[in-house]
Design a protein around this ligand. Structure first.
Ligand code: 6PG
Length: 483
């Protein structure tokens, strides 16, 4: 008898979802469709009723009007999934339910919470004998309903009770569920945050590719949609490339213009990309590709600055007369994408070391292959790379990726040079290339920066030829002293 049948016999729900906006509603339906009895609760009962009326025939739901009814409907240990807006609403829901729960019960936060909040909540609830599981859930509304990628943190004990259910409702790739226990306390939300940072970088790189195809190659949106469709049959195959082609091929019904031309060019964000960069700064991890993507959205939104700069001169418009240009952009995109993912995985490794999470990097690539927004064929390569060498310092040196970068680098350099020459902004491509060149450089001008620091602030420097810290007496006879 599987879990679903056991629960039904006991007459209780195996899991409950509170917060029935679209993500919560779809997750509840996904659980019910997979045979689990799902208790339902929402702050206002209208949403609960609507769900049962519209989708009641999809599975077994137990609607509850009050928090007490909801808790009473759950089998023990209780599994209670909170799907509310990140921030204060999450704390409010925890405070509402925690007093009604008993030791061993589990509260799962499936929202996009900041991992530091998750760590705080987990510690506080652990004191009260409760498990708190911050679970990253990616895939939007569609994923929540048909199979998301799920990144649960929290205790191993809670994963033993929740994992089988989450693995069942998650997307499956080659028979493997896109869900794994990421690590203790905030590990799941940390990984989801970095997933979103990578998502921002990937989207920015695709957007730069589009911009170059439009302004350097002179293609129109429908033609560019075709280019993306072709790319989606190769190594770039991914959800983001696929939807890019859809968006570019769409025509605005009101004007008959390409849809992309009638959308205001100011990109917004809810903040997970920004958190990724803030956290990377604290961890000392260079994630320039992700940062440039966040800043590119920010620049786009500064209408005042952009307006003020309209009169600034640029080069005359120029079409690149090169039939192979689109292919070169593909190479630049692929190489830059490798860099963005390498940076994101570096950040996960650094977070894991800092917080003692022991995150399996290859497993993260595995659960991102399906369900989530960055799902891509490419993630198989990352999984294989970490399988071959789990302690690898950077993805860039893995044999497959190193070869791919070597093969792409001429085109990558040419594309960024063309962009600079004709005045198309490519912060993602350019910073990715600069990161690649920085890592491979034998010597960096950081030596000069150290000299400057020592000159104005006696901040000292280390030497290449012997140990210790040194200072040059810049204001005196310029002799060197050991600091
Ligand atoms: C996902 C997405 C999702 C995120 C949106 C919005 O993995 O399903 O990352 O969690 O909320 O993509 O992100 P922005 O509004 O910050 O672009």
């Amino acid at each position: 008898m599987d879990k679903a049948q056991e629960g039904k016999q006991a007459g209780k729900a195996q899991i409950g979802v509170t917060g029935l906006a679209v993500m919560g509603r779809n997750l509840a339906r996904n659980l019910a469709r997979n045979g689990y009895t799902v208790a339902l609760h929402n702050r206002t009962t209208a949403k609960t009723k609507a769900l049962v009326e519209e989708f009641g025939d999809e599975g077994d739901f137990v609607p509850a009007e009050t928090a007490e009814e909801f808790v009473a409907a759950l089998e023990r240990p209780r599994r209670l999934v909170v799907m509310v807006k990140a921030g204060e609403p999450t704390d409010a829901v925890i405070e509402e339910f925690a007093p009604l729960l008993e030791p061993g019960d589990m509260i799962v936060d499936g929202g996009n919470a900041h991992f530091a909040d998750t760590r705080r909540r987990e510690a506080a609830l652990r004191e009260r004998g409760l498990h708190f599981v911050g679970a990253g859930v990616s895939g939007g509304e569609e994923g929540a309903l048909n199979g998301p990628s799920i990144m649960p943190g929290g205790s191993a004990e809670s994963y033993a009770a929740l994992g089988p259910m989450f693995e069942k409702i998650a997307a499956q790739v080659d028979g493997t569920p896109c869900c794994v226990h990421v690590g203790p306390d905030g590990a799941g939300h940390f990984v989801k945050m970095v997933h979103n940072g990578i998502e921002y970088a990937d989207m920015q790189l695709i957007a730069e590719s589009y911009d170059l195809l439009r302004h350097a190659a002179g293609l129109d949106p429908a033609q560019i949609a075709e280019v993306f469709r072709t790319w989606n049959t190769g190594r770039l195959e991914s959800y983001l490339i696929e939807i890019t082609a859809e968006v570019l091929a769409h025509t605005d019904a009101a004007t008959g213009e390409p849809f992309v031309d009638v959308v205001l060019d100011q990109a917004e964000q809810k903040g997970t990309g920004r958190w990724t960069v803030q956290t990377a700064l604290d961890l000392g991890v260079p994630v320039g590709g992700i940062a440039e993507a966040v800043f590119a959205r920010s620049v786009s939104g500064h209408a005042d600055l952009r307006e003020a700069a309209q009169g600034l001169p640029g080069p005359a418009p120029e079409r690149v007369a090169d039939a192979g240009f689109a292919d070169k952009v593909e190479q630049a995109l692929y190489a830059s994408k490798i860099v963005a993912y390498a940076q994101g995985f570096h950040q996960i490794a650094a977070g894991s070391a800092e917080y003692g999470w022991d995150i399996d990097l290859g497993a993260m690539a595995t659960i991102w292959r399906g369900g989530c927004i960055i799902r891509a064929r490419f993630l198989n390569r990352i999984r294989e790379a970490y399988e071959a060498d789990p302690a690898m310092a950077t993805l860039l040196t893995d044999e497959y990726f190193a070869d791919a970068l070597a093969g792409a680098q001429d085109a990558w350099r040419e594309v960024t040079a063309v962009a600079a020459r004709i005045g198309v902004p490519t912060p993602g491509f350019s910073s990715a290339l600069a990161y690649y060149d920085s890592l491979r450089a034998k010597r960096l001008p950081a030596a000069l920066v150290q000299g400057q620091r020592d000159f104005f602030g006696a901040h000292t420097y280390r030497r290449v030829d012997r140990d210790g810290s040194f200072h040059t007496l810049w204001g005196g006879d310029r002799s060197e002293v050991e600091a």
